[in-house]
Structures are given as structure tokens and as C-alpha cells.
Design a protein around this ligand. Structure first.
Ligand code: ADP
Ligand code: ZN
Ligand code: ZN
Length: 754
């Protein structure tokens, strides 16, 4: 028998199957990790078994597998198929793809199973005789501790962790050892699982579903295998309840499910909802787990002890057997796309995995990605709607405040007079408020404080970024730049601003407004690990503060009943982020934050209130978000994307060069551009599709110099057609053959254009 395997070395030179002999007596299966001698020095190296075969026609000596690393297979056959697809789709090595499927610390045996030592009475002993032999003639114990331990074990008649015995009977280690020596007691090492959950949970049952929820659940249960759903439900419409019910059906039928939630929403509040419904069959996977917890949660899944996985992006690879459902909550979240190689998107992986398993996929959001809604409107996804909040709770009232007129009428503070008034009223009424600071991206655009004018690229219609080093405004998409002006071209005022607002500033101003207010601040500065994040939220949830101030972290998924008011301090700092989907992002963000307000019925009958402060009150994203009108926004936005041929109707590719010398970076980029252009045109010409190369240029990246390296990029825009995949493989082939120092490779639809 021979095994063909991928060695665990992420180098494209060894990204192929190597054949090894399976020694007699060793059981090796597809999916096992094995140790093999590799290379000239025969270093023992880990590998993944991909295929088994009976014959091998090699004309050289075949080496043998040394041993298997684990007694069980670490990869399901379906995951191996998935990895092969990842390799093709994201241009990575098979090894890179396989590594996504297992906990990183497992490789190189850097983490071990945790065992506890247990003791119990030896099988088959005569308990009374043994007990007697521990006593002196007068009936008193020879060793009080030995007798005590013996009685403890005899009473419980079960296995006990040694640590528990020590807790009952202090300093009893030598007594335990003596009993073992006498043969009255045996010890064993039991494998345990380190648990990320510290608390026991109260089990809960499903509430009676609303008609809309029931319809959604029925559609999922009745659908054919392989169906993908888009669950479009307004904030507070009970989407999670739909997920829980769909998962219950899967469990009842012996299947398993994966529910992805954004990392930021992986608060105990969310995981507890799953655990209280399904108990210990829930495993969680996220970045705050310790290496041991992560490994053990993964093993609980692999060994079938957990059949529901709740996790962030990487949980899409969890080794759930008989996988029948994948859920992606808040599917519009950018964190579902990996920024490291391979740059996979969880939804694309999920679509593939669902096909391989004849499972179902459900994407849920109040603000779906444009591409998802487009797919739903074409019938590729089945659309399910939850148009109303549960319990007849109304959507919050949203008011837009024009900060330009606030400024012109003499208020140059952070809060508008309306927001001040609402804050005071809300806190005086004993209700809670959230103040949201929009702090997306790290770049600054230029904006007039008097009239709200934003400097945009005349070619691309996106905001230009201000660069301090040469005081110019630049477009990230085409490289157009101008000298940053000192007065506003629209109104002539000199109040041009190139900066943003921080949470600390907001806190200070709030204390000026209301010295007695109890407030909490949540941003990346105040939250280190999981506890402080949880600590701040718990405190707010339990009424420990009147106002929670925060960035994006407070926007999502939180269900805090006491919140009546949400103030968006600066709605537009993401609007004019120099990014073609800044409108979409802003709409999503505003809808999400607004959705935190008024989630339960007030006794005084007052609904939630949202105040949006902006310099662009008539911007589409702000107008439609204030009306809770996703579909209206979608229709206008998708029409514009089609007109300007931006994604989803086109694809961006970017090749990046980072060199110590600027001319080296510039020349390398220019050479890549010339070769890419020629290659793409000749490929597309054959298909009579040259028009599909919409744009190609090389030039300085928006951040021209970083960490001492000059950065130049080639930017390519291709129309999305049936030829796109072919054009992209051509680019990857060029990229593989392009050996220049400082070349960072080609990225497709980069999330970060800086
Ligand atoms: P979404 O995820 O759509 O924002 P949630 O699932 O968090 O909404 O639901 C909002 C609130 O409504 C939660 O507190 C949830 O427990 C409650 N809820 C959901 N469905 C029902 C129902 N059918 N009956 C009563 N309460 C419900
Ligand atoms: Zn102006
Ligand atoms: Zn431009």
C-alpha cells in the first residue's frame, strides 16, 4: 500500500503529491497526518495523506511513513476537496489550504491533549477485607488518610479526579500512592477538553415564532439540498431565532451546522444564545481562545462531541461531519474576508462547502452586500424577508442634523443642539444612550466645515485622501492628485479640515454637558482581551452607566433593552472614505447602529430615537438609512455600479511592489504593467473581448512610503464576464513567473487599496 501526501511545507516548489510506502501493521487513511522522512537529509516532516493507492510505478526507492501523528484522521475527505478548490480559487498552495482546516498549534505537535489523573477502587477487590486491612487490631486506622480516601472512593463507587480527592483531603498525595501500591486503588489518565465557557447555563426554549419567522424556517426546512438563502431582516426582526430553529431541525435529523458571526459580535451574549438552546453540543471558535481551548474545541467538533459550531470567519472550515447547514450572520461584514493569504471570503467558501455536502446556506443581514441582493434578485439565492421587528416594536425614529448649519450658527462643538437636548432628556428619563463615532480607515479626506464640500476625484467620484507628506489630495483608484487647497472652492471659506474625532474627545464634551453622567467608553484602546470587552458590555447591560461611547465595536449585534437614544456623532467620516463602496458601508453602519435603539417597548410608550449628525444630509446613504429603506438604497446604488462598472460588475486586481529605492519600485511596477497589459489583451483579443480590460495603470500607491519602503502598484480593472476567471489565471501565471525583489504578488479585489 502507498500513500500520496502533501508535505506540510508552504513552498510552491513542493506543492505536489509525494508517494510513501505504508509500513506493514500501520493503519493509514486518507486525511491522516503522518510523519515522513523528507528531502535529502530525510528530516522528519509532517504531511497530509491525500490519496491511497495499491501500486506505485516509481523507478526510485520509495521511503516509508514513520507514523501517524494522531490516532484519528484530521481531515474529512470533503475538506480535502474543499482545499483543492481553495488552491484553484485563491491561488495558494494545497498546503496553505489544508492548514486552514486544523488548529495552527497542532502542527509540529506544539500542543498536547490535556489529561487528568483519576483514581478509583481497583476492580474485583473485596472491599470489606481491604478496608479491614487498613485498620489496626483495635479498629483504629493505621493511616487515617488512607482510610479516609478509601472510604471516599468506596462511597462514591466511581472514578474521581485526583485533584478533587486532594481538595477533599489535603496533603493526601502519599496516601494515594500507598493505596495504589497496595493494589486497592488504580489510577488512569483521562483526556479532557479545556473549555472556553466558565459558567453553567440555563437552558431556554424557542419562543413562539412570528408568522414571518415561521415562513422563513419552513422554507429552509423544505428546500432542496444545495439551496442558498438570503435572509433580509430589519434589525430586531428575530433573525437569530430563525437560525436557531433551522439548526434545531438539522440536529433532529442527525446533522451538524456552522453559524458564522462577525468576530466583533462573538460576545458572550451571542454564544450564550446558542449554548442555552443546544447545550454542550455547541463549540465556539474565535481569536480570543487560548491555544489549548482552540485545539480542544476543534477536537470536540472532529470527534463528534460538538455538532453546532459558532465562530468567526475561520470556523467555516470546522470539521463538522454530516454538515447540513451553514449560516453567515451579518453577511455584509468585511471581516468575513481574510486579509492574509489565501484571501478567501467565508461566503464563497461556504457556497462551495454547501455544494460538496448537499447542505444549505443561509446569509442573514439587515443590510446585505449589494452582490448578495443582486444574486437574490436573479434567483441565485432564495430571498426570505423579515420586514418588521418582533413584538410590534416600531423601528426607531431617525432625525438627521445638518452640522454645517450648526457650525454657521456658532456651535463648533461635537454635539448639535438637538443631540444635546435628546441626551439630557434620555438620561433624565433613566434610559440609556449610545454615542457612536465612525472611525473607519486611517486616512483623512479634506472637507469644508462651513459648507460640507468634500474633495473628490473628477474621474472616479470617490473622496480623495489627504497626504501630509506633500500636502496633496490623491485618488486611490486612478492616482489623480491635486495640491490641497486652503480655501473652499465651493463657498470660499477657509475652514478646511483634514482630521477626525476620537472617543476620548466625545467623553470630555459629554462630561461638560452633563457633569453627573455615568459613561463608559469602548474602543480598541479600552478593550484588551475578552474580559474587558465583556466587562464593559455587562456593566452597561446591567445599567451601570447611562451612556456608552464607542466606535464600530458597539454597532453590531448588541441587544441592550435599556437603550432609547443612539447618537451618531459623525456619520460621514466613512462616507467620503476614498473607497467606491463607502456609500454602501456607511448605509450598513448607520442601519446597524440605529438598530440598537428602542429594541424593547418602553413603558411610557416612547420608541427609540436616532440622531445622525452629518455634513451631507442629502447623501443617499444617509437619507435611505434614516428611512430604513434598504431596497430603495440598493436600487440606486446597483444602478450606479453598473453605470460606472464598479464591483460587482467588475473586478479589481492589484500588484504591489515595495522597494528601498523609489525608481526600482516604479520601474518594476511599470514593467509588470506592460507585460500584464500585453498578456491580458492577447488573451482577451482571442475572445474578441478587449473592451473587458477597463483600466490598467502603474503608479505610486496611496501610501507611497511605509516602513522605509517605497510602494508602487499596478491597478487593473476588468469587466466581470465569463472571461474574468481566465484573465485572472493569466495574471497569476504572470505573477508566478515575475521574479523581482520587492514584488508582493497580485491580489484580487483587495479590501485595502492603500
Ligand atoms: P436580529 O438578529 O434580527 O437583530 P434578534 O434575533 O436578536 O434579532 O431578536 C431581537 C429580540 O427579539 C431578541 O431579544 C429575541 O430574543 C426576541 N425575539 C425573537 N423572536 C421572537 C419571538 N418569536 N417572540 C418573542 N421574542 C422574540
Ligand atoms: Zn465650503
Ligand atoms: Zn480617480
Amino acid at each position: 500500500m502507498f500513500a500520496r501526501l502533501i508535505v506540510d511545507i508552504a513552498n510552491s516548489n513542493v506543492d505536489r503529491l509525494f508517494t510513501y510506502a505504508v509500513p506493514y501493521g500501520l493503519t493509514v487513511l486518507v486525511g491522516h497526518r503522518v510523519l515522513v522522512p523528507f528531502g535529502r537529509g530525510n528530516r522528519s516532516t509532517e504531511g497530509f495523506v491525500i490519496e491511497l493507492c495499491n501500486e506505485c510505478d516509481a523507478d526510485f526507492e520509495i521511503k516509508s511513513i514513520i507514523k501517524t501523528c494522531e490516532p484519528y484522521t484530521v481531515l474529512l475527505e470533503e475538506q480535502i476537496e474543499l482545499a483543492k478548490w481553495l488552491k484553484r480559487a485563491y491561488h495558494c498552495t494545497l498546503c496553505d489550504a489544508l492548514r486552514l482546516m486544523i488548529p495552527a498549534q497542532m502542527r509540529g505537535q506544539r500542543i498536547k491533549e490535556k489529561t487528568v489523573r483519576t483514581i478509583k477502587l481497583a476492580e474485583g477487590i473485596d472491599v470489606e477485607r481491604a478496608r479491614g486491612s487498613l485498620l489496626k487490631k483495635d479498629g483504629t486506622p493505621r493511616s487515617p488518610k488512607q482510610s479516609e480516601i478509601f472510604d471516599l472512593l468506596a462511597r462514591s463507587n466511581a472514578e474521581m479526579a485526583v485533584s478533587d480527592v486532594y481538595a477533599f483531603i489535603p496533603d493526601s498525595a502519599s496516601a494515594v500512592a500507598a493505596l495504589i501500591k497496595k493494589g486497592y486503588v488504580t489510577s488512569d489518565d483521562r483526556v479532557t477538553f479545556r473549555s472556553p465557557f466558565s459558567d453553567k447555563l440555563i437552558r431556554s426554549v424557542s419562543p413562539k415564532l412570528t408568522a414571518a419567522q415561521q415562513l422563513a424556517v419552513d422554507s429552509i426546512n423544505d428546500a432542496e439540498a444545495g439551496t442558498c438563502f438570503l435572509l433580509h431582516g430589519v434589525t430586531g426582526s428575530g433573525k437569530t431565532e430563525v437560525y436557531l430553529n433551522a439548526i434545531q431541525t438539522v440536529l433532529d435529523n442527525g446533522g451538524g451546522a456552522i453559524a458564522l458571526v462577525p468576530e466583533i459580535a462573538l460576545t458572550p451574549q451571542t454564544t450564550d444564545r446558542f449554548r442555552s438552546r443546544f447545550g454542550d453540543t455547541v463549540a465556539v471558535i474565535h481569536s480570543h481562545l487560548s491555544a489549548g481551548e482552540r485545539f480542544d474545541e476543534w477536537r470536540r467538533i472532529r470527534l463528534g462531541k460538538a455538532r453546532v459550531v459558532v465562530g468567526a470567519r475561520s470556523a467555516v472550515f470546522a470539521p463538522v461531519e454530516n454538515l447540513k447547514l451553514i449560516i453567515i450572520d451579518e453577511e455584509h461584514e468585511p471581516s468575513y474576508r481574510s486579509e492574509a493569504m489565501p484571501n478567501y471570503s467565508a461566503d464563497e467558501v461556504a457556497i462551495r462547502r454547501v455544494k460538496l455536502n448537499s447542505a444549505k446556506l443561509m446569509l442573514g443581514s439587515a443590510t446585505p452586500q449589494l452582490i448578495s441582493y443582486l444574486r437574490a434578485s436573479k434567483g441565485i439565492y432564495k430571498l426570505l424577508n423579515l420586514p418588521e421587528r418582533v413584538n410590534d416594536i416600531p423601528m426607531p425614529t431617525v432625525r438627521i442634523v445638518d452640522m454645517r448649519s450648526e457650525f454657521m450658527s456658532g456651535n463648533n462643538g461635537i454635539f448639535s443642539s438637538q443631540l444635546k437636548k435628546e441626551l439630557i432628556e434620555c438620561v433624565n428619563a433613566g434610559k440609556q444612550a449610545m454615542l457612536f463615532i465612525n472611525r473607519r480607515g486611517y486616512s483623512y479626506h479634506g472637507e469644508c466645515r462651513a459648507c460640507g464640500y468634500v474633495f473628490k476625484c473628477p474621474e472616479c467620484d470617490v473622496a480623495m485622501t489627504y497626504h501630509r507628506f506633500d500636502e496633496r489630495l490623491r485618488c486611490h483608484y486612478c492616482g489623480y492628485s491635486v495640491k490641497a487647497p486652503h480655501s473652499c472652492p465651493a463657498c470660499g471659506s477657509g475652514f478646511i479640515k483634514f482630521t477626525g474625532i476620537g472617543t476620548q474627545q466625545v467623553e470630555e464634551q459629554l462630561k461638560v454637558l452633563m457633569p453627573q453622567v455615568r459613561c463608559l467608553r469602548m474602543d480598541t484602546d479600552t478593550t484588551g482581551g475578552k474580559t474587558s470587552h465583556k466587562g464593559i458590555l455587562d456593566c452597561f447591560l446591567n445599567g451601570g452607566a447611562d451612556v456608552l461611547i464607542g466606535t464600530q465595536m458597539i454597532a453590531k449585534g448588541l441587544d441592550i433593552p435599556g437603550v432609547r437614544l443612539v447618537g451618531v456623532v459623525n456619520a460621514d467620516s466613512s462616507l467620503f472614505h476614498s473607497d467606491y463602496h463607502s456609500g454602501e458601508r456607511t448605509f450598513q453602519l448607520l442601519t446597524q447602529v440605529a438598530g440598537r435603539a428602542g429594541r424593547t417597548e418602553d413603558s411610557d410608550g416612547m420608541g427609540g430615537v436616532v440622531i445622525i449628525q452629518t455634513n451631507a444630509p442629502y447623501h443617499r446613504a444617509i437619507q435611505y438609512a434614516s428611512k430604513h429603506d434598504y431596497v430603495g438604497f440598493y436600487e440606486l446604488e446597483i444602478r450606479d455600479r453598473l453605470r460606472t462598472l464598479f464591483p460587482p460588475f467588475s473586478v479589481f486586481a492589484r500588484a504591489l511592489f515595495e522597494c528601498e529605492r523609489e525608481d526600482a519600485a516604479a520601474n518594476a511596477a511599470e514593467e509588470f504593467r506592460a507585460r500584464a497589459e500585453e498578456l491580458l489583451l492577447s488573451r482577451l483579443r482571442r475572445k474578441n473581448a478587449e473592451r473587458e480590460l477597463l483600466y490598467i495603470s502603474s503608479g505610486a500607491a496611496p501610501i507611497r512610503k511605509r516602513a522605509g519602503l517605497y510602494r508602487y502598484a499596478v491597478l487593473i480593472k476588468l469587466a466581470r464576464t465569463q472571461n474574468t476567471a481566465d484573465a485572472i489565471s493569466a495574471l497569476w501565471a504572470l505573477s508566478d513567473a515575475f521574479h523581482v525583489d520587492g514584488f508582493r504578488g497580485v491580489e484580487i479585489n483587495p479590501t485595502d487599496m492603500l
